[in-house]
Structures are given as structure tokens and as C-alpha cells.
Design a protein around this ligand. Structure first.
Ligand code: ATP
Ligand code: MG
Length: 577
């Protein structure tokens, strides 16, 4: 490709509405064009990158026997009503109406449609297992579209769905997917980890997220410093402390704490460490209008883990403050566990809060706290449950080492769904005995467009993008010096350009009539991994200048050796089927 025939539209300055490096660089390099909130066009340069990622994803899906299809994005409301997600999916679901006033959704995901296909097309166990996939647009009316294509409303996803006679077969395909995802993100040149993920309301099933490690990531990830354990913070278990409360010698005391409503303010005032305090959060319950969650003052509640408790309403929601005041008799800030059970508020205590001795807490009276409070002596303990976020230094749940926390960008998610959708949509096959069996199902997503932003987040420098080889829109930037002034340079460049193309390299010949500095800056900005510079002086000596995007120094290569030189550095490891 010659720049003069391509559409390269780079910007010197950062867009004003971009928060992330990847977002700024994608706009500046001209990869995307913003249409509206969370809506982007992939421009020619960006589209080339998208195709690279798609191709690798497709190769690896095909390699494990998944079969590509394309499903409609406009889907009848009735299907979504069957699974209950017409109401349960929430406000991310875009509902639309046609000229006959019939309701549809614009698909945020395709479980309903694929299950509709399965119940129509799959009849016998002999057709199983089978796995379908597509690489297609999704629409989610995200509450906060941000970070460019990282959290867009319309985005490109690879979604795969597998169907099985039993759980063992599901587990087998799940493992194949896990391995395929590992190959995909390895081939894409990303630093990533697969971590255990929460399975939400479905419960019991197995799920992993593939996370690109990056400080800008929205997810907190937890790893052991001495084992393979890795989990999303949402999922990571906080082990019960080994100690139990000791017998207290101190008497409970009521203390006037005017204006001290936060743990920090109360503990400073009482000269107690925050680890010696507890806090009470009142949240909406399933059977009661509110449920009390008790945590150590320095710990944070983990809403996802809390949602696993049958008494706690999903989604996790704080109780209305006015209701709290009328029921408990004081404002949030002075809440404590004593006397709540009598008010028909169940008390659930975090494992760490449950082992405290002589702690301080709110007195359920405005402007008063209690010190030297003890479970059982002063207040029944209530049910003990894992409610908190783990913190750095906690013991790893697998018993090996302590935990460290890093940030990640979720680029893939695999899930053993079980029979959730097959049951609600009655998708059965007959088994060997001719009996109908509910199919088991797995689903497997990759955020194709998000992966590109994640790659830039991980691979850039002060000059621009530094593409991992497999994603780069072009492999080689060929930059001639004085292409428009020197006939010799032009002829030599054109010949070399043809030779490189014939050898199968993807070359961008920058034939713009601009200063060398401009050409270099643009090739750096758009992140082409290899740069060749050809000029009069080089031609005199039979040399061409080579620089890797990641290298500081340039290198002179004999023109006669160029092809074998490029062959060596550009040889990409291919996974052959
Ligand atoms: P998130 O927690 O980031 O909202 P999710 O759990 O909603 O993700 P899935 O339903 O598992 O995502 O979708 C599969 C993949 O699609 C995700 O792993 C992610 O890479 C990608 N994805 C999800 N939402 C978006 C979005 N709004 N923009 C771009 N990619 C997305
Ligand atoms: Mg989401």
C-alpha cells in the first residue's frame, strides 16, 4: 500500500475528550472515528488491525472444531420473554419496535437465538457435542460508555456457544476453549492471565475471564505470590481467620461522638485502630426490607459475594436512608449491631469481624458510639459469611502464599452455563435410549474491538502505538528520503516496494511529499513494527537503514542481504491446523 493511495489521517494533538492512552492514540493514529457516545467507525487503518485480530480468533476457533455462523441482531421480543431476560437484562437492553408495532431487541448477546436454533436443529445425541461461533456486532446501552472502544455501546464480539449431552462433555469443550483463548492472546502478543470469575446468579458453574494486565484496567485481579491462583476480586474468597475472639475483661461503654460519622473520624477520636472497629451496612433483603452486614471498619464490602447470600437482594442495593432512620432510630454513621435482630433485621457478619474482641461500633443513637463491645456477651453473633474484598497480604485461598492485587482489562470470558437456557427454552435431544435430555451449554466471548484497545494500553511509548507483530496494520514502513526530488531514490524504492510485496510482506510505502521528520513521526505514531529508510547516501553504498519500532538505534543492512534479513526478523510462529 502507498500512503498516497491510502487514507492516513493522523493528528498531532490529543483529543480533548479522551481519558485513556489507548483512546487518545486510536484517535490520533486515525484508527477510529467517533460517531456518538459509544459509537465508532473503524477507519481503513483500524479495520486492518481488526481483521488481523479476527483472523487469529477465527483460526483458533476453527482449529478446535467450532463452526462459524452469523445470527440476526434484531431479535423477536418473545424469545427474550421466554428466558425472562426481556425484564431481567436491565437497561443495557435496547428494545425496538417495527412498523407493525412488534417488539424486538437489538442483541447484546445471542444465548436466546442460539438456543432457538439448537432446539430446532438438534434432535439426537449423535449431533453432540457441537459448537457454533460468530464474529459480529453487539449493542449494549452501557450506562457509562467510555474509554473509546474499550467500553463502547456498539462493539465487535466473537461469541461461541456449545451444546452437550452431559457435563463431562461440556467440561471437555470448556477446556478446549480455555486452551484456544490462551493461544489467541499469546499469538496476539499480550501479557494476560486467565482468572476465576464469579458466575453471578446462575451459581455453581465454572467461569474464567481472560484479562490483559494493565494499570488502566477496570477490573481488580487477585494473584497468589507463590502459586497459580488468580481470580477476579469479585470472586476471591477471604479465608476465615485462624484466631477466635478472646475473653474480654473490659466493660462496654457508651461514648458521645458528636459529628463523627465515618470510621476514620470515630477511630481517630477514640484513639483506636480501624481494625478494632466494625461498621454496619443496611442493604435490601429478599425476605426482609433490610439486612445488616457487619464488617471490620477497615474492610470493604464485596457486593458480588454478598449477593450469594439468599437473604440479600440482587442487585446489591443499600437500604433507603429514610427507612433506616425510621426503623433503627438513627442516621447512617451511628449504626451498630446491637438490637437489630429484635427489629426484624437479620445480621450477617463477615468472617474477620466475627473474631474481634472489645471492638467499637455505632450505638444506634445519634452521636453515640460504643467501645469494648463483644459478640455473644453484648450482642448475638448472627450468621458468619464471607462478605469482604480481599486485600494485599491476605492468605491465598488455595493455601499457598499471600495475595497481590493488579488491574486488568477483561478481553475474554468463558462460562459453563449448564442448562439455564435449555431449560427455559426447552431445548432437548434424545439420548441413546430415546429419552429426551436437556442439553448442557457453554458460552464463550471475546471482545475483539476491546482487545485492540487493551493491546495499545499495554504496548505504546511516548511516540505512539507499538503494535505486537501479529496485530500491526502493516509489517514494514518503507520511508524513502526525497522520493519526489530524486529519480534514483524513487526508482530504487518502487523496485524494493514491489519485491517486498512479492515476498509476501505487508508494506506501507510512505510516498508523501513531506519532511522526513513528519514521515518518521507518523510511522512511529501508527506503530508499524519495522521501518526501512532508503536515501541517496545509502544507495551509493548499497545500504538501507533498518529500525525496529521498539529499538532505540538504527541499523544498516546491505541491500543485497535485505530479504534474508527481513525473513529472519519477521518470521512469525504460525500455528498450523
Ligand atoms: P464487562 O464486565 O466489561 O461489562 P461483560 O461481563 O459484560 O464485560 P461479556 O458479556 O462476558 O462481558 O462479553 C464478552 C466480552 O465482550 C467481554 O469479555 C469483553 O471483552 C467484551 N465486552 C463486553 N462489553 C463490552 C463493551 N461495552 N465494549 C467493548 N467490549 C465489550
Ligand atoms: Mg457488561
Amino acid at each position: 500500500m502507498k500512503t498516497s493511495q491510502f487514507f492516513l489521517n493522523t493528528l498531532k494533538d490529543n483529543p480533548s475528550d479522551a481519558d485513556l492512552v489507548s483512546q487518545r492514540l486510536m484517535v490520533r493514529a486515525g484508527l477510529i472515528h467517533k460517531l456518538g457516545s459509544g459509537l465508532f467507525t473503524w477507519m481503513p487503518l483500524g479495520f486492518r488491525v481488526l481483521q488481523k485480530v479476527e483472523a487469529i480468533v477465527r483460526e483458533e476457533m476453527n482449529r478446535i472444531g467450532a463452526l462459524q455462523i452469523v445470527m440476526p441482531n434484531v431479535q423477536p421480543a418473545e424469545l427474550w420473554q421466554e428466558t425472562g431476560r426481556w425484564n431481567d437484562y436491565g437497561t443495557e437492553l435496547l428494545k425496538i419496535v417495527d412498523r407493525h408495532e412488534r417488539a424486538y431487541v437489538f442483541a447484546p448477546t445471542h444465548e436466546e437465538v442460539i438456543t432457538h436454533i439448537a432446539r430446532g436443529e438438534l434432535r439426537s445425541y449423535k449431533q453432540l457435542p457441537v459448537c457454533f461461533y460468530q464474529i459480529h456486532t453487539k449493542f449494549r446501552d452501557e450506562i457509562r460508555p467510555r474509554f473509546g472502544v474499550m467500553r463502547a455501546r456498539e462493539f465487535l464480539m466473537k461469541d461461541a456457544y456449545s451444546f452437550h449431552l452431559d457435563n463431562a462433555s461440556l467440561a471437555e469443550t470448556y477446556q478446549k476453549m480455555y486452551d484456544a483463548y490462551t493461544r489467541i492472546f499469546t499469538r496476539l502478543g499480550l501479557d494476560f492471565r486467565a482468572v476465576e470469575a464469579d458466575t453471578g446468579s446462575i451459581g455453581g458453574a465454572v467461569s474464567h475471564e481472560f484479562q490483559v494486565i494493565a494499570d488502566a484496567g477496570e477490573d481488580a485481579l487477585v494473584f497468589s505470590d507463590s502459586s497459580n491462583y488468580g481470580a477476579n476480586l469479585e470472586k476471591a474468597e477471604a479465608l476465615a481467620p485462624k484466631n477466635s475472639p478472646s475473653v474480654s475483661q473490659k466493660t462496654k461503654e457508651l461514648i458521645h461522638t458528636p459529628g463523627k460519622r465515618t470510621i476514620k473520624a470515630v477511630c481517630e477520636f477514640l484513639k483506636l485502630p480501624e481494625t478494632q472497629s466494625i461498621k454496619v451496612l443496611l442493604v435490601k433483603g429478599t425476605e426482609n426490607d433490610m439486612v445488616a452486614l457487619v464488617l471490620r471498619g477497615d474492610h470493604e464490602v464485596n457486593p458480588i459475594k454478598a449477593e450469594h447470600h439468599p437473604l440479600i437482594a440482587v442487585p446489591f442495593t443499600f437500604a433507603d436512608e429514610k427507612l433506616v432512620e425510621s426503623k433503627v432510630g438513627c442516621a447512617v454513621g451511628y449504626l451498630g449491631p446491637i438490637g437489630l435482630t429484635e427489629k426484624n433485621i437479620p445480621v450477617i457478619v463477615d468472617r474477620d469481624a466475627a473474631v474481634l474482641t472489645d471492638f467499637c461500633c455505632g450505638a444506634n443513637q445519634v452521636e453515640y458510639h460504643l467501645v469494648n463491645v463483644n459478640w455473644q456477651r453484648d450482642c448475638p453473633l448472627g450468621e458468619v459469611f464471607d462478605l469482604r474484598n480481599v486485600v494485599t497480604g491476605d492468605l491465598s485461598p488455595d493455601g499457598n502464599g499471600t495475595l497481590v492485587i493488579k488491574r486488568g482489562i477483561e478481553v475474554g470470558h468463558i462460562f459453563q452455563l449448564g442448562n439455564k437456557y435449555s431449560t427455559s427454552m426447552n431445548a432437548t435431544v434424545v439420548d441413546e435410549k430415546g429419552q429426551p435430555v436437556m442439553m448442557q451449554m457453554g458460552c464463550y466471548g471475546i471482545g475483539v474491538s476491546r482487545t485492540i484497545a487493551a493491546a495499545i494500553e499495554q504496548h505504546h511509548d511516548e511516540h505512539g502505538i507499538v503494535w505486537p507483530t501479529a496485530m500491526a496494520p502493516f509489517q514494514i514502513a518503507l520511508v524513502p528520503m526525497n522520493y519526489h526530488k530524486s529519480q534514483r531514490v524513487r526508482e530504487a524504492t518502487d523496485t524494493l516496494y514491489r519485491e517486498l510485496q512479492e515476498a509476501g510482506f505487508e508494506v506501507l510505502l510512505d510516498d508523501r511529499n513531506e519532511r522526513a521528520g513528519v514521515l518518521f513521526a507518523d510511522m512511529d505514531l501508527i506503530g508499524i513494527p519495522h521501518r526501512l529508510v532508503l536515501g541517496e547516501r545509502g544507495l551509493d553504498n548499497g545500504l538501507i537503514e533498518y529500525k525496529a519500532r521498539v529499538a532505540k538505534e538504527v541499523q544498516e543492512v546491505k541491500l543485497t542481504d535485505l530479504m534474508s534479513f527481513l525473513d529472519t526478523i519477521l518470521r512469525v510462529k504460525h500455528y498450523i491446523e
